[in-house]
Design a protein around this ligand. Structure first.
Ligand code: BGC
Length: 348
């Protein structure tokens, strides 16, 4: 079969190539790939900044935002041939740490977790892939291709759960929420926040086009420019850019008792002076700066329900380009109007 593979930490090493059929040891469920979403993490991997091949191998099959169709349900009692499914990304560490032991692999404490298409396990950008039955999530068949948005939705489901839990540390009546970054993660956050009784604001660099349109379709308010120039202090900031200056501004701008949830990975700091200054702002306002990564089965389950209940027309506008696997490089090169770009392996 064909797969999109990469030699992690080696820039420009990605290839669409012949690759052995998935090993039966990877799980009894055999799936035909339908589509795989591309995100910033994939770009980091193909540019040589991130990623790990499986032990003893040099190349990694890329892709963690999957959607596939069951060819053989294997040992699964709940799956049937033809079901639309998505593969869970993370596996618990083998020790296991206390969190992995209770199924919270998203909170792994020793860093020995593995992740499909990212860290030591092959991903989903291959014509066929396998999984252990317990790491396969069935998606509502009426979602069709939109099921490819499940993985990004899980990331937001987990992040917002964290915000709500942290909010319970004191009497908490949030009114305004700011989402920084109107990419797929930011927009899915805005989608979920807009169903609550909150004023939702989204800030991005892009001034016109799909981003402001999708935000206003949710009844939320779109802003460009600097977080510092906003005419209000948000009670919650869901940070989806990973850009150092946006994070620093968010820490200074958030209201007292506010919560900042960081979801973006990237950027980099500007030295200890700036970090100390920023940290002081957090301490003095009793703010919580919370990191959030990955998602556990509870989040995957909830995300499936959230996605199935969302406005299909709005969701479908998120997928702005579909690229054939052999042209995968076009998917990895960002274009100005890109939102979610997917690599489509088979028809749906
Ligand atoms: C993925 C997560 C993963 C994280 C760090 C993100 O792009 O969505 O599943 O945990 O990267 O590797």
């Amino acid at each position: 079969m064909k797969a999109i593979t990469v030699e992690p930490k080696k820039p420009a090493s990605a290839r669409y190539e012949d690759f052995p059929e998935p090993d039966a040891r990877e799980g009894s469920v055999l799936v035909e790939a339908v589509a795989v979403g591309v995100c910033g993490t994939d770009v980091e991997i193909v540019t040589g900044k991130y990623g790990w091949a499986p032990p003893g191998k040099t190349r990694l099959v890329l892709g963690h935002e999957s959607l596939g169709r069951v060819i053989d349900p294997g040992e699964s009692s709940s799956l049937q041939k033809g079901d639309l499914v998505v593969g869970i990304v993370r596996r618990p560490d083998p020790v296991p740490c206390s969190n992995c032991a209770v199924g919270e692999w998203d909170m792994c404490r020793n860093g020995q977790y593995t992740e499909r298409g990212i860290k030591e396990i092959h991903g989903f950008m291959s014509e066929r892939w396998r999984s252990e039955p317990e790491y396969v999530i069935k998606v509502d068949p009426s979602l069709g291709i939109l099921g490819v948005l499940l993985e990004p939705m899980t990331v937001i489901t987990k992040a917002l759960e964290q915000v709500l839990l942290i909010g319970q540390r004191a009497y908490w009546e949030p009114r305004t929420v700011l989402v920084t970054g109107a990419g797929p993660i930011g927009l899915l956050a805005a989608l979920r926040l807009s169903v609550r009784n909150l004023q939702v604001h989204v800030l991005d660099r892009v001034e016109t086009g799909l981003r402001p349109e999708l935000v206003s379709a949710l009844g939320a308010t779109y802003h460009t420019g600097s977080v510092m120039d906003l005419p209000f202090e948000p009670d919650v900031i869901v940070e989806c850019t990973g850009v150092g200056s946006v994070i620093a501004d968010s820490i200074h701008k958030v209201a007292a008792g506010g919560i900042i949830c960081l979801t973006g990975i990237g950027a980099g700091g500007t030295g200890y002076g700036a970090v100390a200054d920023t940290a002081a702002a957090v301490v003095l306002k009793n703010n919580v700066l919370v990191g959030s990564v990955n998602a556990n089965k509870r989040h995957w389950y909830k995300a499936g329900q959230n996605l199935a209940g969302a406005d299909r027309e709005w969701l479908s506008r998120l997928i702005t380009r579909r690229v054939k696997p052999e042209n995968f490089e076009q998917a990895l090169n960002r274009e100005p109007d890109d939102m979610k770009v997917i690599i489509q392996f088979s028809d749906i």
